[in-house]
Ligand binder design. Structure first.
Ligand code: G6P
Length: 478
């Protein structure tokens, strides 16, 4: 069996399957610059991407794959993909229960504290699922890794993997990268003690840890000092624990200009653009594109738009808000409720302000990437107002594709604010009046100023494209 020199591990893999009308399996490569960036580096060297089967079709694909080269391996531009068919109930406990309903809520500080969380025996069972799921990943990596291979583990789903791997394969060089924010210890400590320790110790099994922003790296260091009483050097960002020193780095992922421009040149984008142009006429455009995600703060964004129309009625009939949301995590009840709240608020705004000639808000909740790209090209203002975000790539991709020198209204709580803050209008995402004023300022900004800001934003946005971002991670492993 061929073993690999580079291994990537992530819950969501670079490929997904669906069942065609004739019952056969079709596969689709995941969109986005991250996947292309990582594949472009990884397939130059013998590599394997280990991921989970997420759908029934994925499970079928994982089960039907020939036992060639590596168990259940699929070929993808020369890179092998090992899709793990983790028992359904274990997967649900790990992914929906722990990763999405607990760790995501902790790191984004999303809990409605008087009511949640409450860590009972149900949570303890799901934690066992999470542990089993992490073990399944570690097992696949142990099997697939050549001597001294480098392993790049991604995100909060797989926090325990580095430690398990190190115990079994001390020859490997291991990194772990968090794409999310990290909560300060005062919040992180709400997790049961043993769980908080397991997560930190799990990650500290790596040689190098990576974060999107210095804020999240520093919060992680504070958690290590507080929860583990580890010896932390805040200046050099290292943690000494269990006789080893672990480096903590910041690699801020940038937009993938090349892939973006290629996708934006597709005929489907031009087609969406004509449809949108017809719908919005010659009004100015405020655009937002998100997953229907609690942390993205879509409802307050819509409320800020309502505030704009009240405080500055001169914009009525002259502006349209395009809000495009991708369905996300429908298995989590809070996400379903949130999507309903988004739809309800949008309906209220249109009921309040629409006239026979003007629809103030066009909201769509569905999956349409070409339409998102078209809206980036057309935007006058791009609104990105998460309550908390590891990075936020929309804030970077929008300025790259903008053809009307769009002004970025950006939450100061997004990791992207560290790099883009100087050329964006920064807002407190909880303050809808301040956000409305920023939208007004953005719409009123003189052309020359808009052009200069947009140019600087686009420059900063592509500073560390995915390919280089991934190379940096590998390089940090030596
Ligand atoms: C964030 C996380 C990713 C995750 C993505 C989509 O960006 O950092 O790990 O894949 O959201 O979420 P999903 O649950 O649909 O994979």
């Amino acid at each position: 069996m061929d073993k690999a020199q580079i291994l990537i591990a992530s819950n969501r893999g670079p490929v997904s399957f669906s069942t065609a009308d004739d019952g056969s399996l079709e596969h689709r490569r995941g969109g986005g610059g991250l996947v292309s960036g990582m594949i472009s580096v990884a397939n130059e060297i013998d590599s394997i991407w280990v991921c989970a089967a997420l759908s029934d079709a994925d499970r079928r694909a994982a089960a039907e794959a020939p036992q060639a080269r590596l168990d259940q391996a699929h070929d993808l531009d020369g890179m092998r993909v090992h899709m793990l068919d983790i028992p359904r109930r274990t997967f649900e406990g790990a992914y929906t229960g722990v990763a999405n309903s607990t760790l995501w809520f902790v790191q984004h500080m999303l809990y409605d504290i008087p009511n949640k969380p409450s860590f009972g025996s149900h949570f303890r069972r799901m934690w066992e699922d999470y542990t089993a799921y992490n073990n399944a990943f570690a097992e696949a990596l142990v099997t697939g890794a050549a001597d001294g291979a480098r392993v790049a583990v991604q995100d909060y789903h797989l926090a325990l993997v580095p430690r398990i791997l190190r115990a079994r394969r001390p020859d490997l060089r291991i990194s772990h990268f968090s794409h999310t924010p990290w909560a300060p210890p005062e919040y992180f400590r709400m997790l049961p003690d043993q769980v908080a320790r397991d997560l930190l110790e799990g990650m500290l099994g790596a040689d190098q840890l990576g974060f999107q922003s210095p804020r999240w790296a520093d919060a992680f260091l504070r958690c290590c000092a507080d929860v583990l009483r580890a010896d932390v050097d805040f200046r050099h960002r290292t943690v000494e624990y269990g006789g080893r020193i672990v480096g903590v780095n910041v690699h801020a992922l940038g937009a993938d200009e090349e892939t973006l421009r290629e996708s934006a040149a597709e005929p489907a984008v031009a087609a969406r653009r004509s449809t949108l142009e017809e719908a919005v006429g010659d009004t100015r455009l405020i655009v937002r594109v998100d997953r229907t995600e609690l942390s993205k703060n879509i409802v307050r964004g819509l409320e800020a738009y309502r505030e704009l129309l009240i405080a500055h009625p001169e914009w009525r009939g002259r502006v349209t808000h395009l809000a495009f949301a991708y369905p996300s995590r429908g298995d989590v009840p809070e996400y379903r409720e949130y999507t309903d709240a988004v739809l309800r608020t949008a309906k209220e705004i249109n009921a309040e302000f629409a006239t026979a000639e003007w629809t103030p808000l066009i909201l769509e909740v569905n999956d349409d990437y070409p339409r998102s790209l078209a809206s980036f090209q057309m935007a006058d203002v791009l609104l990105v107002n998460p309550v908390r975000d590891g990075m936020n790539l929309v804030a970077k991709e929008g300025p790259v594709l903008s053809e009307r020198d769009s002004v970025l209204v950006l939450s100061r709580e997004a990791g992207a604010a560290d790099e883009l803050g100087e050329h964006a209008l920064l807002v407190n995402p909880y303050d809808t009046v301040e956000t409305a004023e920023a939208l007004h300022r953005a719409l009123s900004m003189p052309e020359e100023q808009r052009r200069e800001h947009r140019r600087r934003l686009a420059e900063a946005a592509v500073a560390l494209p995915p390919r280089r971002w991934f190379q940096d991670q590998l390089r940090s492993l030596g």
